[in-house]
Design a protein around this ligand. Structure first.
Ligand code: TMP
Length: 235
């Protein structure tokens, strides 16, 4: 494979090789999908998500959470460490929203007594099924020890991000993380953005995340921009 070759293209991001065998270029697209069906684009989303991910991964690095972010090298491009990703999505929830509301029969916004950690199997052609630890043991792609490391890192990330967003008037309702291995160690990969987090204005409850796209609520680009501005301290 040549330097600059595309390694992988997902729905919202593209990975490219670099001259450094340990690093990839991660390009953020404007495309958005929802529920595996709805497709569209959110103007400038790639720029906003690259910026937001940079700010949040930098915060996590400073707190000692190992992650793939190395440097921002373009408006929508990050240099990231090469990881071998687990086919696993870890969701952390502080309040009920999204798929948890019908699953538990609780109202959206119900505050959870402590954060809930969930696992989903990331598979092409399947609808990211919910997994428990027993399923994970049977599937065998991650050891119990490494799963525990990922779960602890996810909960530490939750504490850091929840506090950080709260200082900017945002409630971190829930989010998803993806982890991978490099040098025999676990690192946090992927992105952290309004595509992968639910963020509500603390005062009004207004949704400032991808739910605006999922539910066709309008004001999608404005919501992403508002999150950038709050993180940059411009509002
Ligand atoms: P859910 O309520 O739809 O299960 O999603 C919980 C949170 O995790 C929400 O912030 C969206 C995020 N998430 C993704 O971004 N991608 C996924 O594949 C999953 C399962 C969740």
């Amino acid at each position: 494979m040549l330097v600059g070759d595309k390694v992988y293209e997902g729905r919202t991001k593209i990975l490219y090789n670099t001259a450094d065998p340990d690093l990839y270029r991660l390009y953020f697209k404007d495309e958005a999908t929802a529920f595996g069906k709805r497709r569209g684009a959110i103007a400038e989303k790639g720029v906003y998500n690259a910026q937001i991910s940079t700010i949040l991964f930098t915060l996590l690095s400073e707190a000692g959470i190992p992650n793939h972010y190395r440097e921002k090298i373009g408006e929508r491009v990050l240099l990231v460490k090469k990881l071998v990703m687990y086919p696993l999505i870890i969701v952390v929830r502080n309040a009920v929203a999204g798929s948890l509301a019908p699953r538990l029969g609780l109202e959206e916004g119900f505050q959870l007594l402590e954060p809930v950690v969930e696992y989903y199997y990331k598979r092409e052609g399947a609808d990211n099924p919910l997994l428990n630890e027993s399923h994970l043991n049977t599937l065998g792609f991650i050891s119990a020890g490494r799963l525990q490391t990922c779960s602890i890192l996810a909960l530490q990330t939750n504490l850091l991000l929840r506090n950080y967003f709260a200082h900017r008037g945002l409630l971190l309702v829930d989010f998803k993380l993806e982890f991978g291995l490099a040098d025999e160690k676990v690192f946090l990969g992927d992105e952290i953005s309004p595509d992968t987090c639910r963020l509500w204005d603390v005062g009004t409850g207004e949704k400032l995340d991808k739910d605006r796209f999922r539910w066709d609520m309008g004001g999608v680009e404005e919501a992403y921009r508002e999150v950038v501005e709050r993180l940059l301290g411009q509002v």
